[in-house]
Design a protein around this ligand. Structure first.
Ligand code: FES
Length: 352
């Protein structure tokens, strides 16, 4: 006999961005609807959740805003049961193991930008390592990809009303911050494998205390390192000549894995934040349609970042951009909002 951690209760805390990631990992447990996500009735019973422990853990790990919580219990199980994957896990495995197209194959930053960069400041990172938080959101947005082409409002009066709202009436930036804060936790690398390894370690606990009940949060905390590394907000994104061929309305996606679209407008080069201003998903750039389209709830943005359809209440944000010793540096810690008139700030663009 061996001891295995099994989930006896699963729930969703406030802050869900209805991205589909959990339902993709555990479709018989989570039901993602248009505006919310619910636990399916069967999954409210521990007999149902126990054999689905692996897929629920995977769903929690894939959740970009970390709102899926669960309680676990250590129980003795037959060795054969420990080795064999549960039916639910086996069902979810093909989806979970398939690499997300965007996350698995990020566009490579232009080598010239890295090799030739004369930037000396140690505070500026070379763009290259994908941001784990962005990766989590990209996976979620990819899972939601089926809705990418769907528009609910297609612009019209409602969209125009949003564009007229005062900044004070708009959702606070804290919402996006919360999304990013939630995804930062993924940086700690609590992987499904890690949790299963934790289960194996739990065998030792059980030897001391028999069956124990711990909260899912506490269980994950136990497995997480105490120190999380925040990615450097300043990144180098090449030289001006690298973008010389871009025409107004064109979008460069080389730095999307680290959260930035480089865009060209009339006479300006700017760095657009890829986070949707509705609930924090990541839109797709649809080159043929000349627009960004959010797969979560259908918001659409023009190539310059202005919203024109769907529920997004305001345009995408732009990051601070500057030229240092011939290299373009984007500072993701400083954002500029159109509705506050901040896109006129000379730090929000480079003249080209
Ligand atoms: Fe809702 Fe983008 S997050 S439309």
């Amino acid at each position: 006999m061996a001891v295995k951690e099994q989930i006896v209760k699963v729930w969703i805390e406030e802050g869900c961005i209805v991205c589909d990631a959990c339902e993709t990992a555990a479709p018989d447990v989570f039901d993602v609807q248009d505006e919310t996500c619910e636990i399916r009735p069967d999954a409210l019973k521990m007999e149902f959740t126990k054999p689905r422990t692996d897929s629920i853990v995977e769903a929690a790990e894939e959740c970009p805003v970390d709102v899926i919580k669960f309680d676990v219990v250590s129980e003795e199980v037959a060795d054969a049961a420990l080795a064999a994957p549960s039916p639910a896990a086996a069902e979810a495995a093909p989806v979970a193991s398939a690499p997300a197209p965007v996350a698995a194959a990020p566009s490579e930053p232009a080598p010239a930008a890295v090799a030739k960069s004369p930037v000396k400041s140690p505070a500026v990172s070379v763009a290259g390592a994908p941001d784990p938080a962005i990766q989590a959101l990209l996976r979620a947005a990819t899972a939601r990809g089926g809705m990418a082409g769907r528009s609910r409002d297609e612009g019209g009066p409602e969209a125009r009303e949003w564009s007229k709202k005062r900044a004070d009436d708009l959702p606070p930036d804290a919402r996006t911050s919360k999304v990013m804060q939630g995804t930062r936790g993924k940086d700690a690398g609590v992987t499904r494998r890690g949790l299963l390894a934790g289960s194996a370690a739990a065998i030792g606990w059980a030897a001391f205390g028999g069956t124990t009940m711990v909260s899912g949060v506490a269980f994950q905390r136990f497995l997480m390192p105490n120190v999380l590394e925040e990615p450097d907000p300043k990144i180098r994104v090449g030289t001006v000549s690298q973008y010389a061929q871009m025409v107004p309305g064109e979008v460069n996606e080389d730095y999307k894995p680290i959260g930035v679209w480089m865009i060209r407008t009339e006479g300006k080069l700017a760095a657009l934040n890829i986070i949707c201003t509705h609930l924090g998903c990541i839109p797709n750039w649809l080159a043929n349609d000349r627009k960004f389209k959010c797969p979560c709830h259908g918001s659409g943005f023009y190539p310059d970042g202005i919203n024109f359809e769907g529920p997004a209440p305001r345009p995408l944000e732009r990051f601070k951009i500057s030229l240092i010793d011939g290299t373009i540096v984007v500072d993701r810690s400083k954002k500029f909002q159109f509705e506050k008139g901040e896109w006129d700030n000379s730090d929000s663009y480079l003249s080209v």
